[in-house]
Every structure is written in C-alpha cells, then in structure tokens.
Write a protein that binds this ligand. Structure first.
Ligand code: GLA
Length: 639
C-alpha cells in the first residue's frame, strides 16, 4: 500500500514536472527570436526536380537502368526543363566492411564502382559521369542500423549480404563516416534518409527473434504517436544535418527526410532538412495517391524555400497513371506541381510515350512548381468531390487547380473571392493545359470530368491593393511554435487500403500527426475562421501559445489584423493576448481577449523590419492546446 502511495506520489510529481517542463519549453519557443528559424541550409530554394529509381525498379536497380533514364532526361529536353537530380534508392549496397566500417557497393550491379581495389569501391566514376551530363546525383540510406528493404521487403532484390554486422548498412553509429564517404569522397549531392531501422527491430520482431538482425528498441511507432520518442528521432536526423554541413562546406547538398509523417515530423523537419515525407509510400493506385496528396494539402504553412512537404515520388507512367490513364496522370502531376511537391519521376523512362514526356515537361506546370516565391497552394474550397487550390506566384498572379476527386462529372464554381481578387473587375484565366483562356467577373462555372484537374493562372485586381494577406504567402510564414501540446493523427486524410497490409485487421485510421496545426484561411481544425459569430474569410488560424515568424518582403511598413479567440474554442474563460514583434522588438500587444468577444484590431509600424513575429499567448498557467484556437483575421502587411 505504502509502496503504491509512494509510486503514485512519484508519478504525480513526475507529471507535474513534465507539465512544468512543457510549459517552460513553450515559453522559450514563444519568445521572439528576431530571425527566421526554419531551415535554409542545403540547396532547396525551390522544390527539387529529378528522377529516383524506387517507383520504377524497387531495389532491382543497376547502373544501366539509372543511366538509361538519365539519358532520356537529357535527350528529351526534360533536363533543360529542370529535372536535375538522378537519385539511387534502396538496393545499391552490398555490405559494411568490418575492418574499417567502410560501406561497400554492389559492383555486380554498379560495375563502374569497381575501381580495381577489391572491396574498396567507389561511386565517384558514376557521379562524375552524371555531373558531366549536367546532373546532380543522389544516394539513399537509413537512420537505423538496417534498411527498409531488409526489414519490410526482404524478398526484393539486392539485400545486403554477409554477417549480421556486415549487413548493418544504415547510418546508426556511422553518420559522420558515411556522410563523409557519400559526399566528400563519392561526390553525391543529395541524400534520402529513411527511418525503418529505428522502427521495426524491437525485441519481438521476427527478424530479431530469428537472429537475422540486432535488436534496436524502436523509437517510432507508426500507429501510436504516444509511443514514439520524438526528440530522439529528431536528434538522429539533426546529427545527419550537422554531418552534411561539416562535409559539404560549400553548402551544396540536399537532405531528404523520409519518416512517412511519423514522429510529429511536420513540426520539426522544416527546421532540419530540405524535404520531408508526409505519408507512407505512394503506389500506382488512385486512392493511395489521394492519401499522399491529402497529407500535404493542409500543410501549406509548413513549406518554405529551403524546406518542402514531400508527398512522395511521382507514379506517373504506371498503374492508374499509365499511358491509358492520362487524365489521372495529369491530375497526379498537376497536384504535385501546385503544392510545391518535389517533382521526382519514378518511371523507367525508356518506356515513356511522347505524351508522358510532354506531361513531365509541361513548362507551365513546372513554372508553377518552381515559382521563386515558394508559396504552396492553399485550399480555397474543399470537399470530398471537388477541391479548389490557389497558389500565389511571385508576379502576383495566382495558380489555380480545380480537382475532381470522384467518378462523376462535377460542376465547379470558381469565384473572384477565392482568388482574393475584386469581384467587380475582370479576372483573366490562362489554361495551363493549352486550352482556350477565359475571362470572367465575379465567378465562373466549369465542368470538371471524373478525376480531372483544370489548371490555370489567374490575373485580376487584387482585393488588397497595397499589400498582402499572410494567408496568401504561406512560404513567408513559419509556424515556429504551433501550440500543439499533444500531437494527434489528422482525421481528414483519405484512408486508402495500404496494399502491403490489405484488408487484414481493422482498417486505416488517422495516423499522420498534425491535426491542430496552423492553417491559412481556416481554423486548426479545418472549420471556417469565426470570431463571436462573425465569419472571417481571410487569415491565419492557429492554437494559442504559438509563435508565427513572418518574412516581411517588399518593404512593407505596416502589419494589421483583427484578432480574437476562434468560436471553436472550448476554453471559454482563458484570455489570450496577441503580441506583434518587429525584428524581435515588441511593437504592439492586444488587450486580453476571451472566447465570445468580437475581434479586436491590432496594428503596428514594422518599417524596416525583416521578420515580424505573431505571438498568441494564453494568460494564466497550464497548457491550452486544442481547447484554444485563435484567429489572426485579415492578417496583412501593407506599404
Ligand atoms: C521506404 C521508403 C520508400 C523507399 C523504400 C526502399 O518504404 O518510404 O520511399 O525508399 O523504403 O526500401
């Protein structure tokens, strides 16, 4: 009994300490920094474009296959259109040499890696060839001791060979040595770091029980964020980021984080890497493409020049996106383009038809994806049938996608309001599929075929003439602290059958954490922004105890917003104070506002400031989390 009471006391004080440390942590992350803290290291001012071997060949990859697609990219004009990276995925490695832990390449598949020095192999001849062709080269590894292929697809070709120790090909315990080898010695420019080794080798895993691989207590539980050691996973990836900086003094590298939306990666990958996978693997199945698309659809504020959401590589060319399904192929490509996804072709290009090459090479869509302003499209209209996405371009025009997810033709109305353009002035639409342009005022109705995506750029008179709404420029807004206390799976994501699981078990469930994250033009829970019963069309929705960093570009001098507690708040009595900082200096602060109170104006002179920070602070003690969404209504920077 006494023991039990003692245990309870211990547990209670541990909980109090945990709450206190969470509180202290969020105080620290809410403190104005006066600088942009999201990642800018590495080379990703715009989303990377290129080719990767996995969707085309899985691990049955070899030098000839890689070079064949590279040649098509060069000769067909795709290289000139922007496809730059040629990336080798799982399947290249043979073993880790035990005398000095150096990685050995499977020279039977990559003959040029045999440099005549026995098991001292090198990819330098291959990267030299790729570089000479004008390409950059990418390689693949895992953050654990073992790879995804070893753990999940052991029957696929080219699994590492040898003793248990020789088959430990991942970075775990070797990050510095391997990164030095891959970048400084072999000349790679890009690395994808998968996470299977810290996920699948617990004491009860079959591979461990049968003595195939060493046990490594899992840090990641894909099905339970609560059983995932988020700081430990982040720490391992941060070590890789540091090694990449050390071994690439010129900063010429790209760091691809592959954690499939686990480990609350949404909240931190933007600070550590250049692209980050938001979901489990894509397949050549329409429904699976929807799942992957959905995991980035509502994450616009988490993508910026330097760090992008990655819904996985393209499957154009195969299955539901093959040459007989060009409507689906076009939609898949167009959705990736407008959401600033990496454009990584996953197809054996020796088999590509001219129509497929033309799709990959669509200049207008590539321009949308590679627009230097780097704003991911924001959903303007959402339903499970039709979705309308709008992306602000560097020249002030808007990119527009009208996407029919379903099997029936649909009528879709595009409004000037959705474009944040004046409804009493003409809007001119250019068809990015090469069709006839349209001009309209107020609104325009379209027929959208099954699975079709209409793509336009729009030019009109901006609703806000002398500046920008922050929800139009998500690439300039970093949710440095988004107020989420307990990460939860996002329930809005399409639940497709995972092919390698099938319909065994209970079915799919919300698993990609991020529910409650900061949103453009919506609350963190995807409801329309509303304060005291008043609908607010434009603005940022975020939880209290948050800090948004905003780049002030174009010499704007004023920040203004109407702020309040979102009507979705269940914590009705807790006041929230809204603070605005210019380069780290407090420039204005609202009076405390509670749920049910009308939105109050805040405005401030931010002339000359490079970074404006928006802090929403719940007064009093204790976490607020889900219970206290707030609204930065009509948040804008003006001249
Ligand atoms: C994981 C990744 C894929 C691919 C395979 C390789 O499943 O998510 O993109 O790299 O591993 O085995």
């Amino acid at each position: 009994m006494a023991l039990k009471t003692g245990f309870r006391l211990l547990l209670a004080s541990a909980l109090v300490m945990a709450a206190a440390s969470a509180q202290a942590q969020s105080q620290e992350s809410m403190a104005a920094k006066g600088r942009w803290t999201a990642n800018q290291a590495g080379q990703a001012p715009v989303p990377p474009m290129g080719w990767n071997s996995w969707n085309a060949f899985y691990s049955d990859v070899d030098e000839e296959k890689v070079m064949a697609s590279a040649k098509v990219i060069r000769d067909s004009g795709l290289a000139a259109a922007g496809y730059r990276y040629i990336n080798i995925d799982d399947g290249w490695w043979l073993k880790r040499r035990q005398s000095d832990q150096r990685m050995v390449i499977r020279t039977a598949r990559f003959p040029s890696a045999d440099i005549g020095k026995g098991d001292t192999t090198s990819f330098k001849p291959l990267t030299d060839r790729l570089h000479a062709m004008g390409f950059k080269a990418g390689i693949y590894t895992d953050i654990g001791r073992n790879s995804c292929g070893q753990i999940y697809t052991p029957n696929f070709a080219n699994q590492p060979e040898g003793t248990i120790a020789e088959r430990e090909v991942g970075l775990y315990g070797h990050a510095d040595q391997d990164i030095a080898l891959y970048f400084a010695e072999w000349g790679f420019d890009y690395i994808k770091v998968d996470g299977c080794g810290v996920r699948g080798l617990g004491a009860d895993a079959e591979h461990v029980r049968n003595g195939n691989y060493r046990q490594l207590d899992p840090l990641i539980d894909m099905n339970a964020i609560g059983r995932t050691d988020i700081p430990a996973v982040r720490g391992l990836y941060q070590d890789v980021a540091d090694a990449l900086k050390r071994h690439n003094p010129d900063g010429e590298y790209l760091f691809s984080i592959c954690l499939w939306g686990s480990s609350d990666v949404r909240s931190w990958a933007k600070d550590v890497g250049n692209i980050s996978r938001t979901s489990d693997d894509i397949t050549s199945n329409w429904s699976r493409m929807l799942t992957n698309f959905d995991t980035t659809l509502t994450r616009a504020l988490y993508a910026h020049p330097g760090s992008w959401n990655d819904p996985d590589m393209l499957f154009v060319g195969q299955g539901d996106f093959d040459a007989n399904h060009m409507t689906e192929a076009r939609s898949h490509f167009a959705l990736w383009a407008i959401t600033n996804a990496p454009l990584l072709i996953g197809y054996d290009l020796r088999k590509a038809t001219p129509e497929q090459i033309a799709l990959f090479g669509n200049k207008a869509l590539i321009a949308l994806n590679q627009d230097p302003a780097g704003h991911q499209a924001v959903p303007a209209y959402l339903s499970d049938d039709v979705q309308i996405l709008v992306k602000t371009l560097a020249n002030g025009d808007k990119g527009v996608a009208i996407f029919n997810r379903g099997l029936s033709p649909m009528k879709a109305v595009l409004t000037a309001d959705q474009l944040k353009m004046r409804a009493d002035r003409p809007v001119a639409l250019t068809d990015l599929w090469g069709g006839k342009g349209v001009q309209f005022t107020k609104e325009q109705t379209f027929e959208v075929g099954p699975h079709q995506t209409l793509m336009f750029t729009a030019r009109g008179t901006r609703a806000l003439l002398d500046g920008i709404y922050l929800s139009e420029v998500p690439g300039q807004v970093n949710p440095a602290e988004d107020g989420i206390v307990t990460p939860k799976g996002d329930p809005t994501i399409h639940h497709s059958i995972i092919p390698w699981v099938g319909t065994r078990g209970a079915g799919e469930h919300p698993q990609y954490a991020g529910w409650g994250g900061a949103q453009a033009d919506r609350s963190p829970f995807m409801t329309p922004l509303r304060v005291a019963g008043q609908r607010i069309d434009t603005g940022l929705g975020v939880l209290a105890n948050s800090r948004l960093e905003v780049r002030n570009e174009g010499g704007n001098t004023r920040f203004a917003a109407n702020v309040g507690v979102d009507d979705g708040a269940t914590m009705r009595d807790r006041p929230v104070v809204f603070e605005v900082y210019a380069d780290g200096r407090l420039v204005t602060k609202s009076a405390p506002v509670r749920a049910g109170q009308a939105a109050v104006p805040v405005q401030a002179d931010v002339s000359g400031a490079k970074i404006v920070e928006l802090v929403a602070r719940a007064e009093g003690d204790g976490p607020a989390g889900d219970a206290l969404p707030v609204v930065w209504g009509e948040a804008r920077l003006t001249r």
